[in-house]
Design a protein around this ligand. Structure first.
Ligand SMILES: Nc1nc2c(ncn2[C@@H]2O[C@H](COP(=O)(O)OP(=O)(O)OP(=O)(O)O)[C@@H](O)[C@H]2O)c(=O)[nH]1
Ligand SMILES: [Mg+2]
Length: 214
């Protein structure tokens, strides 16, 4: 079992390294968006795309077990999107991303969002060649998720705490949640946002802008 896991992850890391080199050569910032199902990844993306599409060339790779619903939602914004269906698979891997970037129109110096399969476990282990993993946690999920699924929050550089428009109706403790995230990853950055109301999104765009400039 251990040997098989090492072989699979070793092979994945080789593909991820090739993707990362290509992204760097093209000046493309690739972000891997990870979260449980329904935390608001696609909602955040469609809203961010509307607000950013005049600033940068954008493209999206969508990962889901089935359907092209999310890629359709992205394409409705006018930005190119490619849907990967993983079937029984619970995460995207670097080989899939390598194929996707062959068929996606990707201008140099683009911002590429990769929306991973909704799952707080498997996507943590698979490097896609991204510059950063961004974990999205919504306030309806409970503040303890960073402690229960530490690998994901350990692997992420940024946590977007989404759906804060719902806080008045919940007993979600924001400070405790951020404390739990920092316990598993002391250097994780946290931004509180709402894809619905738009609150906090300027800070997210500033975070993206700093990395696009870099
Ligand atoms: N109130 C509120 N609802 C939100 C917000 N963001 C997303 N939603 C809702 O949450 C539900 C799930 O949103 P999606 O964007 O599809 O979530 P997702 O993470 O892409 O889901 P999967 O791709 O299935 O993993 C939808 O009904 C959205 O309208 C938010 O900031 N506030
Ligand atoms: Mg989605």
């Amino acid at each position: 079992m251990v040997q098989i896991e090492q072989d699979i992850l070793g092979k994945n890391d080789q593909y991820a390294g090739a993707n990362r080199s290509w992204f760097q050569a093209q000046g493309i910032l690739a972000l891997n968006l990870v979260s449980s199902p329904g935390s608001g990844k696609t909602s955040l993306l469609t809203r961010s795309i509307q607000d950013l599409k005049d600033r940068y060339p954008l493209a999206v790779i969508e990962g889901d077990q089935q359907t092209s619903h999310d890629a359709d939602r992205i394409r409705a914004t006018g930005v190119p999107a490619l849907q990967i269906n993983t079937g029984k698979g619970c995460h995207l891997d670097a080989h899939m991303i390598g194929h996707a970037i062959e068929s996606l129109p990707l201008a140099p110096r683009s911002l590429l969002f990769i929306e991973n399969v909704g799952n707080l476990v498997c996507p943590a282990a698979f490097d896609l060649g991204e510059a950063h993993k961004v974990a999205i946690l919504s306030v309806t999920e409970g503040e303890d998720k960073p402690l229960k699924y530490p690998d994901m929050f350990h692997a992420a550089d940024l946590m977007l705490l989404n759906k804060i428009d719902l806080l008045p109706y919940l007993d979600f403790d924001v400070e405790q949640c951020i404390g739990y995230a920092r316990r598993v990853n002391p250097s994780i950055q946290v931004l509180q946002v709402s894809a619905r109301s738009g609150e906090g999104l300027e800070a997210w765009y500033a975070w993206l802008g700093e990395r696009m400039a870099g």
